[in-house]
Design a binder for this molecule. Structure first.
Ligand code: NAG
Length: 151
């Protein structure tokens, strides 16, 4: 036992150290990768000017929160019977929300949450027809409209 070769002891110490360093570096790598896993979803919003006055332009301004960032889509004029659309990506760790103001002549101004992740889920196609009494969500499959009140 007393004659255990010194060079073997040195080799064993080196081997032990390298295992230890491997573990430490591995842990640091793991630390930097520790992001919560997220699932994305694509949402497509389309809205049509369905005002009774077939000569009235509908002006829409949508803003809110895209995942964790403030979002502002600016002002858009929708000609009679025309559409305005936008697409964005949600994830499952934040709550995307777009609220819109709608204005049309002579001095009408109404608001509606055109997308709320809490209400509408994480993905999908949403086709709204916007009339004087409020927006209606079109079920493309059946052609049925689910009309909502302005908020
Ligand atoms: C998001 O989805 C991922 C993958 O399914 C899951 O691991 C994670 O826990 C989810 N996050 C939340 C906040 O639900």
């Amino acid at each position: 036992m007393g004659s255990f070769p010194k060079h073997l002891v040195v080799l064993m110490v080196i081997a032990g150290l390298s295992v230890l360093m491997d573990r430490t570096c591995g842990a640091q790598l793991h630390e930097s990768e520790r992001q919560p896993p997220t699932v994305r979803g694509t949402v497509h919003i389309k809205m049509q000017n369905a005002l009774a006055d077939k000569s009235a332009t509908l002006t829409v301004h949508c803003s809110g929160r895209l995942r964790d960032e403030p979002a502002d889509l600016g002002l858009h004029d929708i000609a009679p019977t025309s559409t305005y659309e936008f697409t964005f990506e949600t994830d499952n760790i934040s709550r995307t929300l777009y609220y819109c103001s709608f204005q049309w002549p002579p001095k009408n101004s109404r608001n509606f949450d055109i997308f709320s992740q809490d209400r509408d889920g994480r993905k999908g196609d949403f086709y709204w027809t916007v009339s004087d009494t409020g927006p209606c969500l079109l079920d493309v499959g059946t052609g049925n409209e689910d009309c909502k009140n302005w908020s």
